[in-house]
Design a protein around this ligand. Structure first.
Ligand SMILES: [Zn+2]
Length: 432
C-alpha cells in the first residue's frame, strides 16, 4: 500500500514536471495583396483590418500575429509605387513575423529587398537562395517568446516560385525544396523551441506534405486565396489559412505540450472583417488616405456601367476580348489566376480595371500555324492545323508557360486594353 502511494506520488511529480501545457494564440492573415481600401463587397481595407487585429489582441497575453506572404500587388498604390507605401503602412499591423509570397517579387528582387528593409518585423524565408546557397531574406526563421513559450517560426516559399514570377524579377534567386529546407531548420531549432511553426506561402500538395512533418506541428499557410472552412488536421498537426485581401483574420488557439513540443488541442475561427461593423483605426486610415489621394485622379474617373456581376471566368473572357482587340489577334489567352478581381454590377471606375489587372503586364502577340499552338491556348476553339493564327497573350504567360513560342510584337499594357474595351463596350451607358 505504502509503496503504491509512494509510486503514485512519484508518478504525479514526474508528470507534473514533464508535461507542461501552455496556451498560444496565433492570429494570422495571408495574401493581403495591398488592399488598402475595400472592394465593392465592403470587406477589408487596412484601417479596418488593423481594428479587427487590435480587438483580438486586446488583453491577450499569448497572442502573436503572423502574415503568410503576398502583401504586395493588387491595388493602384502598390502598382504605381512598387508596394513600398503598402509595406510601410502594414507596419501598423505590428506583425510578429511574416514570410514572402511570390507576388512580393513582382517589382523585381531589388525592390523586394527594399520592402524587407521597410518592414519593422522579421520577414523570414528559408528556401529562396542563390547558387552559392546565400539566403535572399535576412533570416530563415525567428524564435518568438510569448507566454513562457519559445515559438520557432520558419518562413517557407512554394517550390513553384519559378512558374509564378518573371525570371527577370527573380534574377539569380530561386527556391530549394520547401519541405526539406524547413525540416532541416526545424531539426536545428527544435531543442531551443517549445513549438515549431511553418509560415508558408505554399501550394495545396505542399500543405499536405507539411501536415506529415515530424518536427513541425503547426502550419500557417498562404498563397491559395480561398480561406479554409475548417482547419486541416493530421495527428498532432494543424494547418490554417484565411481568405485573401484582408477580408478575414484567423485566430488559432492552441494548447501546447512543451515536452512533446506539439499542440494537444486547438480551436480555430475566422473573423470576418466587415467594414460596416468596425470603427477603423484613425492613424491607419490617415496613412491610407495620403496614398489613395495620390492615385485618385488617375483611378477614380468614371469608366462604364456594368449591367450585372461578372464571374472570374467571365472576366477572363472579357480580358481575352480586350487583348484580341488591342493586338488585332484571332485568339487570346489569359490565365484565370491572373484575374485579380471581379467586375461588379453598377457604375465602374478606372479603379475597377486596376483591381482586375494590377500587374503592369504587356500584351505580346505573334503568328503561328494552328498545329503549333499548345492546348493551353486552343481549348474551347476549333483550330485548323494549316491555318495561320495571330495569338495574343500576357508577357507573363509568354515567359513562364509558353517559353517555346516566340512573340515578336507588343500591344501595350493589358490594363490599358481592358480600360479601352470596357469604355467601348459599356461606356455609353455611363454617360446616359
Ligand atoms: Zn501567392
Amino acid at each position: 500500500m505504502m509503496v503504491r502511494s509512494l509510486l503514485l506520488v512519484f508518478f504525479l511529480l514526474c508528470s507534473s514536471l514533464s508535461a507542461e501545457i501552455r496556451t498560444l494564440t496565433i492570429l494570422h492573415v495571408n495574401d493581403i495583396h495591398s488592399r488598402l481600401i475595400a472592394l465593392e463587397n465592403g470587406r477589408g481595407g487596412f484601417a479596418y483590418l488593423a481594428a479587427a487585429i487590435n480587438k483580438e489582441r486586446a488583453g491577450c497575453k499569448d497572442c502573436i500575429l503572423l502574415n503568410g506572404g503576398d502583401l504586395a500587388q493588387g491595388s493602384p498604390v502598390s502598382t504605381m509605387y512598387k508596394a513600398l507605401p503598402v509595406f510601410q503602412i502594414a507596419n501598423q499591423f505590428k506583425f510578429n513575423a511574416a514570410t514572402l509570397g511570390n507576388h512580393d517579387f513582382d517589382y523585381g528582387y531589388e525592390q523586394t529587398t527594399k520592402l524587407i528593409g521597410a518592414s519593422k518585423y522579421p520577414l523570414v524565408s528559408s528556401n529562396v537562395v542563390d547558387n552559392e546557397g546565400h539566403l535572399f531574406a535576412k533570416k530563415p526563421y525567428v524564435i518568438l517568446k510569448i507566454n513562457g513559450l519559445r515559438v520557432g517560426v520558419i518562413g517557407v516559399m512554394t517550390d513553384q516560385l519559378h512558374t509564378l514570377a518573371f525570371p527577370k524579377n527573380l534574377g539569380k534567386w530561386h527556391t530549394i525544396s520547401s519541405v526539406e529546407t524547413a525540416r532541416k531548420y526545424a531539426a536545428e531549432i527544435k531543442g531551443k523551441c517549445d513549438l515549431v511553426v511553418a509560415l508558408g506561402h505554399i501550394t495545396a500538395p505542399e500543405e499536405q506534405a507539411f501536415l506529415k512533418e515530424q518536427d513541425i506541428h503547426v502550419i500557417v499557410s498562404g498563397h491559395i486565396h480561398s480561406g479554409l472552412e475548417k482547419a486541416m488536421e493530421s495527428p498532432d498537426h494543424v494547418l490554417v489559412r484565411t481568405k485573401n485581401g484582408g477580408e478575414e483574420l484567423g485566430r488559432l488557439e492552441l494548447k501546447i505540450d512543451t515536452v512533446k513540443k506539439a499542440p494537444v488541442s486547438w480551436t480555430w475561427k475566422k473573423i470576418d472583417v466587415i467594414d460596416a461593423n468596425i470603427t477603423p483605426v484613425p492613424a491607419v486610415a490617415k496613412k491610407v488616405k495620403v496614398w489613395e489621394d495620390k492615385v485618385t485622379a488617375i483611378v477614380d474617373a468614371p469608366l462604364a456601367v456594368s449591367d450585372r456581376d461578372y464571374t472570374k471566368a467571365e472576366v477572363k473572357a472579357i480580358l481575352e476580348d480586350s487583348m484580341r482587340e488591342a493586338a488585332g489577334a484571332d485568339l487570346a489567352y489569359m490565365n484565370l489566376g491572373g484575374v485579380r478581381a471581379l467586375i461588379p454590377k453598377g457604375p465602374l471606375k478606372v479603379r475597377n480595371a486596376w483591381n482586375v489587372m494590377p500587374f503592369d503586364n504587356l500584351i505580346l502577340y505573334g503568328t503561328f500555324k494552328g498545329r503549333d499552338l499548345p492546348e493551353l491556348v486552343t481549348a474551347g476553339h476549333t483550330i485548323d492545323p494549316d491555318k495561320d493564327y495571330k495569338l495574343a497573350v500576357p508577357d507573363f504567360i509568354a515567359a513562364t508557360a509558353l517559353p517555346k513560342l516566340a512573340f515578336p510584337n507588343e500591344a501595350g499594357l493589358q490594363r490599358d486594353a481592358l480600360i479601352a474595351h470596357l469604355k467601348k463596350k459599356w461606356g455609353q451607358s455611363a454617360s446616359r
